[in-house]
Design a protein around this ligand. Structure first.
Ligand code: FE
Length: 250
């Protein structure tokens, strides 16, 4: 089985949020999709270890905010890679409520849905939770973020709790096998300008962001061609805000 086939499935990126007994919880999801139109129902796949999952099951309500392409990466870092028990993720975002009372995040969103849980199915590692949409609004004409764009722009992989998680070493092995196969089939001269991976990339062990010295990190004002060693000491991962010591060479 070729695991890279799973990367051909298309998704968006969403912020799922809920609240139970005054405690808000939220996370970033790519597996959110409409499953029926009469009534309108959405399904989300939530890891059992994710604190938001329990909050949704306890409260019976959740919201889905559709993130925009030009998303504020702090939202991805806070909601995608931090636990609600370690960080008040909602202190720096604007929320509203609609019918169910679930917090709805407006920052970096183009639309939202307010849902009441109608069903949940135990899938082993995850629950598939279905919710009826009681209210929804489109708040911007901006383009929604797709998972493919996010993955390619930030060279990110799904976090471990994501339903679409694939072990990085397995993907790397598949890539190496494909490159070797193509090399055998193609004439030698076609490789004159091929990018040769020199083993100098650095990966954030918290979120999986890759710092590639050839590209630098324009989002943090680091020009292309800056070796990792030359990054300022206060350089932070643009996704999860981790400091340099959390990067390891790959
Ligand atoms: Fe990070």
């Amino acid at each position: 089985m070729k695991l890279k086939a799973f990367h051909k499935l298309s998704y968006g990126l969403y912020l799922v949020a809920s609240e139970y007994q005054g405690k808000k919880a939220g996370y970033i999801a790519n597996t959110t999709f409409q499953v029926t139109s009469q009534p309108e129902q959405l399904a989300i796949s939530c890891h059992k270890k994710n604190q938001t999952t329990q909050t949704i099951l306890d409260s019976g309500i959740f919201s889905v905010s559709v993130l925009k392409k030009d998303v504020n990466m702090k939202i991805i870092g806070d909601f995608g890679f931090m636990s609600s028990s370690d960080l008040d993720k909602f202190s720096s975002v604007k929320t509203v409520t609609a019918i169910t009372g679930a917090p709805i995040v407006l920052d970096s969103s183009v639309a939202w849905f307010d849902c009441k849980v109608t069903n949940s199915i135990d899938l082993g590692s995850h629950y598939l939770i279905v919710g009826e949409v009681l209210d929804a609004d489109e708040i911007s004409d901006e383009e929604p973020l797709t998972y493919k764009y996010y993955r390619e722009k930030y060279k990110m992989l799904s976090p471990k709790n994501s339903p679409t998680y694939i072990e990085k070493s397995v993907l790397d092995a598949e890539t190496a096998a494909t490159v070797a196969e193509e090399k055998e089939q193609e004439p030698e001269h076609e490789h004159e300008h091929e990018y040769i991976f020199d083993g100098q990339s650095w990966v954030c062990v918290i979120c999986g962001f890759t710092y590639n010295p050839e590209e630098g990190d324009p989002s943090m004002g680091i020009p292309p061609g800056t070796p990792f060693e030359d990054l300022p000491e206060d350089y932070k991962c643009p996704i999860c805000n981790a400091s340099k010591e959390y990067f390891k060479k790959v």
